[in-house]
Design a protein around this ligand. Structure first.
Ligand code: FES
Ligand SMILES: [Fe+2]
Length: 433
């Protein structure tokens, strides 16, 4: 799990004024609430600095949240402004908790779980299609998995599994070959575009689908899958009826619990009457994936690329694993089970550091809760994360010294290609033979 990213943690419409809400992410608990003054959202550590009570069980007073245990009042910036037992005494310097930056965008509440200054934060991807209500009809939902979010993300962008796991929905088991695909990638994302063979349309789609030829003669369907670090996916399908776009965030509650939240857009059947059918199709796919992914072992993605075997159609997954390795080396990985999750009862609570810790170094001694430990002990630990200037690309098969194996040496960035962003065909980027 990684700090320093924007995470969509809840749908905007599911946070009401006057109703604080607990959400869990990265092994930590947050309280979300809306200020009374302008209805904007506050996201704070859900851990009262006095005795560890859950602020999410408290109440909103003006723009503050009031702890349910002894009534301490916390301002939106996480600083205590009132201690009712001692109204005449000063407020201790340590009476503060972490408050995280928030934006509301694309139907979601996004929280910045890290301490980097604004200009160094990885961007929120452009998901503006979600706001395009003229051309698309949206349905949304949530789905809880007992699996690691990275396993789920890899499954979501994997084009080779569809004929086997979703045969009949959008994979055709009679035509499982993965043809050449086009790759577009940047420091934070990877998009694969491909033409897949559709199965026979069923239900509502079967009645209206204009392509009723036999399977062998059905035109292929353009499909693209995109991941953005660390946990976001977009699946785009050009069905014969119109476009489908499924945006999803795989929220890491802890290392083996993931809350998926999705928005599924369609440019056809835009009436409310088709919403149920659209939702049913998404959940059918999620249940099919869950059956496979929950049984995958080891539960977590291996750190060593050579622990699993990769073939050409795993291109985007291999790139994900390499980028993730770089993030770990940058010190962005966080240890599991700091507050939530299975395991023995804890005597210590650690939290993801918020930006003010770095912005105001004079407060270094004023934080009662320590920062979460980094996932890996590294030489640079404790120092400012090193910005990644070079972009990782896959092996060039024509380059001497790189062969078919995706081993550790191949995981090193190729400086020759730094900065390249032009789409390239998969033919030039084969992972293994
Ligand atoms: S535990 Fe929150 S005020 Fe005492
Ligand atoms: Fe799937």
């Amino acid at each position: 799990m990684f700090k320093n990213f924007w995470y969509a943690v809840e749908f905007s419409t599911d946070l009401k004024v006057g109703e604080p809400k607990k959400v869990k992410i990265l092994g930590q608990q947050l309280v979300l609430y809306r200020k009374n003054s302008d209805k904007s959202v506050v996201a704070m550590s859900d851990l009262c600095v006095h005795r560890g009570a859950a602020l999410s069980d408290g109440s909103v007073k003006g723009d503050c949240i009031v702890c349910p245990y002894h009534g301490w009042e916390f301002q939106p910036d996480g600083v205590v402004s009132r201690i009712p037992a001692h109204p005449d005494k000063g407020i201790p310097r340590k009476a503060r908790i972490d408050s995280y930056p928030v934006v509301e965008k694309y139907m979601f509440i996004w929280v910045y779980m890290g301490d980097l200054p604004e200009e160094e934060r990885p961007p929120i991807p452009d998901w503006s299609a979600i706001d395009d209500t003229e051309n698309f009809r949206a349905v949304s939902g949530s789905f809880l998995w007992k699996s690691n979010y990275e396993r789920i993300l890899e499954n979501g962008v994997d084009v080779a599994h569809t004929p086997f796991v979703h045969g009949g929905v959008f994979g055709n088991p009679e035509k499982p070959e993965v043809p050449e695909f086009v790759v577009e990638e940047s420091e934070w994302h990877c998009k694969i575009s491909i033409e897949l063979n559709p199965p026979r349309s069923k239900g509502l789609w079967g009645v209206i689908n204009p392509n009723k030829q036999d399977l062998a003669n059905r035109p292929p369907v353009p499909v693209s899958t995109t991941w953005w670090l660390p946990n976001m996916i977009l699946l785009e399908i050009g069905t014969p009826m119109g476009a489908m776009k499924i945006f999803d965030v795989n929220i890491p509650i802890d290392e083996d619990t993931t809350l998926v939240k999705f928005v599924a857009l369609r440019s056809f059947f835009k009436g409310k009457w088709a919403d149920r059918d659209a939702l049913r199709r998404v959940f059918k796919v999620l249940y099919e994936d869950q059956g496979i992914v929950d049984a995958v072992r080891p539960e977590l993605l291996p750190f060593d690329l050579s622990s699993e075997l990769h073939v050409k159609s795993d291109y985007n997954a291999v790139l994900y694993r390499r980028r993730r390795q770089q993030l770990l080396e940058m010190g962005w990985g966080v240890e599991d089970n700091t507050i939530v999750g299975e395991g023995p009862a804890r005597v210590e609570a650690r939290v993801i550091p918020s930006p003010v810790r770095r912005e105001v170094p004079e407060l270094a001694s004023a934080w009662n809760f320590k920062e979460v430990r980094s996932r890996e002990i590294l030489a640079g630990r404790g120092e400012a994360p090193v910005r990644q200037e070079r972009r990782l690309v896959m092996d060039d098969p024509e380059k001497p010294g790189t062969d078919a194996k995706a081993d550790d040496s191949a995981a090193k960035p190729d400086a020759n290609k730094a900065g390249a962003t032009a789409p390239a065909t998969a033919k030039d980027k084969e992972v293994t033979a």
